[in-house]
Design a protein around this ligand. Structure first.
Ligand SMILES: Cc1ncc(COP(=O)(O)O)c(C=O)c1O
Length: 438
């Protein structure tokens, strides 16, 4: 159907200026490999893997066939008191690639659900082990943990909290963000400055007393707020402080999981093991909605160690481990392994880094940062109109056949892991031309 035949009114788009979008819709209706195609057949290079999720590229035959076969075999299976063998198999596959000692998986349908599930597991665990006073949660400024009430409460993006400010869950503190642009601009890989920002955790913990803190949640690399890197040594220090005070550390790996940083998870890329990992997106290469929370054995075992056969956790979703999601997950994980895509991401990372940093001297560019296949080019805001330059770029790049993601005036890149050098070159040169003409 052509765009001009559509009524654009009914669909209320998420996280979008509906009025601006409906005046100038950016529609795609087909995707293959590294490209989307518009209804009028224009090719658009995907440099964000959809929305940080299609790590295997679009329309991978093996994943498509697995979903089709599962739809024909069994449409739905309940996982409250029943089970589908493939779901157990996929949980084993995830435990296999998770950091050592994280052998338990709770399935959800999205990143937001994974985050709220992780927070609930953390709170319930503290109670189960007799530390019921540990109820406080610590997030971070500029953190994004989805849109559930738990997620926005520990999240640190002001606009996401603004309309709901009286309805946050209580007892949440925030660490300072790690974006020290004055000191770290144009860092290649992890920035040198800022490890001391982790020490603020010690201050927050001491203020409330460790016996009241349940968990800390951070994205190893903050994605949605503009790709903010952890300074060298920062995550390790967070881990040490959590260990010192017996506090759980949750890594929200909804973006950083499944090869984005050149390893299974950021936890392995940075050699820092949290107690809980939240995932979604690349879990199924974005093909069917699914999330998963990976949990350390000690936590799972605490729930299982109680006498009797009562339900251990009063939590779950109708679609936890939905058969289509499970089929997509299994196929995506097999594709990642068989095609060596995480290794490929690691190999392409230096090429990606050089390409992004080649934009350093272009107009308005105030920072370029990268790790693995995750990167950002930050532009100076137009005086008094933050975000306007970014919004203009989304339209101009799309018109020029390039899909990017913009947060404010920061352009984020997270290409499918199948990206070739020619795609990278096309993306960077398109952007360069547009920046010079702005
Ligand atoms: C780190 C992180 N956590 C949670 C979410 C929320 O995921 P979803 O949109 O699938 O609910 C996102 C989405 O971008 C994310 O980047």
């Amino acid at each position: 159907m052509k765009a001009h035949n559509l009524s654009m009114e009914s669909f209320w788009l998420p996280f979008t200026s509906n009025r601006a979008f409906k005046k100038h819709p950016r529609l795609v209706e087909r995707a293959q490999g590294m490209f989307y195609f518009t209804p009028d057949g224009r090719q658009v290079l995907d440099m964000v893997a959809g929305l940080w999720c299609c790590n295997a590229g679009h329309g991978h035959a093996r994943i498509v066939e697995a979903i089709q076969a599962q739809a024909a075999e069994m449409d739905y299976a309940p996982h409250f008191n029943f089970g589908h063998p493939a779901a157990f198999e996929v949980a084993d596959m995830l435990a296999e690639i998770a950091p050592a000692g994280m052998n338990h998986v709770f399935f959800t349908n999205s990143g937001s659900e994974s985050v709220d599930t992780a927070l609930k597991i953390a709170l319930a665990y503290q109670k189960e082990r007799g530390q019921a006073s540990r109820t406080r949660l610590i997030g971070r400024e500029r953190g994004y943990h989805g849109v559930g009430f738990g997620g926005i409460s520990v999240g640190g993006i002001p606009y996401n909290r603004m309309q709901f400010s009286n309805s946050m869950i209580p007892g949440v503190d925030h660490l300072p963000h790690t974006h020290l642009i004055d000191k770290n601009a144009f860092s290649r890989g992890l920035p040198e400055h800022g490890i001391e920002l982790a020490d603020e955790l010690e201050n927050i913990v001491n203020l409330h007393h460790p016996s009241n803190i349940a968990a800390v949640i951070v994205e190893p690399v903050a994605g949605s707020a503009g790709v903010l890197m952890p300074p060298k040594g920062y995550l390790k220090r967070l881990r040490e402080i959590c260990d010192r005070h017996d506090i759980l550390l949750i890594f929200d790996e909804v973006i950083t999981g499944f090869g984005r940083l050149g390893d299974n998870f950021a936890s392995q890329a940075f050699a820092v093991t949290p107690d809980i990992i939240t995932t979604a997106k690349g879990l199924t290469s974005g093909t069917v909605p699914m999330g998963a929370v990976l949990v350390k054995d000690e936590i799972y075992n605490e729930f299982m160690s109680k006498p009797g056969n009562a339900i251990e956790l009063f939590h779950g979703y109708t679609y936890s481990a939905h058969p289509l999601a499970v089929a997509a997950c299994k196929a995506a994980q097999e594709v990642y392994a068989d095609e060596g895509l995480f290794q490929r991401a690691a190999e392409m990372a230096p090429v990606f880094e050089d390409a992004l940093h080649s934009l350093k001297d272009e107009p308005y560019v105030i920072d370029v940062r990268n790790y693995g296949l995750m990167g950002a080019v930050e532009l100076a805001a137009i005086e008094g109109q933050p975000g306007a330059r970014g919004a203009e770029l989304v339209q101009k790049t799309f018109d020029a056949g390039l899909m990017i993601r913009v947060t404010g005036d920061t352009i984020a890149f997270s290409p499918p892991l199948i990206m070739e050098q020619s795609h990278l070159q096309q993306a960077v040169e398109t952007l360069r031309t547009i920046l010079r003409a702005l």
